[in-house]
Design a protein around this ligand. Structure first.
Ligand code: URA
Length: 199
């Protein structure tokens, strides 16, 4: 299998699982692939797998994932409606932040994954995810605001930064902000569909 023939997620994951040079591979139990609907209109991008994700191989199945499911339900969505993945596909030990070289090593995998799905909207869960694409934005200011921008090599141009559910889980203020921001997802999607109709 060569990189140029990766036209479905299964082949893509197989290829990168073998060829990804991320050093976290040495300590993680397994790669945690993106999960959900490969024709989804919305892709959520988190930071990196945690303990539960490393055990199961499924993204966002721990406490943050349960909170995420509640918020999805509040906007009448479920996991099968969306696709969810991470910047880094391997768990950093003790859940430390992923390092720049680890993000860089997983970058092509993520970008090819996004382009296979080509969603209408990409939702960033937290600053790591947002800063991967928009290094100058601050999550405290950018959260809940739709960003429209062409990024070379990425098919999607609509992005919505949100706080990470794990950060909001035990912080009442952030929790409320995140729950309010979540309601902006269907609004953003409608706005994008209108723009697509016009253009
Ligand atoms: N946090 C993340 O960013 N990703 C996961 O998959 C789980 C928790």
């Amino acid at each position: 299998m060569s990189e140029s023939t990766l036209n479905n997620l299964e082949d893509l994951n197989k290829y990168w699982q073998e060829n990804c040079t991320c050093e976290l591979k040495n300590t993680a139990t397994r790669a945690v692939f993106g999960n959900g609907n490969n024709k989804a209109e919305i892709v959520f991008i988190g930071e990196a797998p945690g303990k539960k994700e490393d055990e199961t191989g499924i993204p966002f199945v721990g406490a943050a994932g349960k909170f995420l499911d509640e918020m999805l339900e509040s906007i009448k969505m479920t996991r099968p409606n969306i696709y969810i993945t991470n910047i880094v596909k391997y768990r950093p030990r003790n859940n430390r932040d992923p390092e720049p070289k680890e993000k860089e090593a997983c970058k092509e995998w993520l970008h090819q994954e996004l382009n296979l799905i080509s969603p209408k909207l990409i939702v960033f869960l937290g600053r790591h995810s947002m800063n991967h694409f928009f290094p100058d934005l601050k999550i405290s200011n950018a959260h809940g605001k739709l960003v429209i921008k062409n990024i070379p090599g990425i098919n999607t141009k609509y992005f919505l930064p949100l706080y990470h559910p794990a950060a909001a889980l035990y912080n009442g203020g952030l929790r409320e902000e995140l729950m309010n921001d979540f309601k902006k997802i269907p609004i953003a999607l409608k706005k994008i569909e209108e723009k697509i109709k016009i253009s």
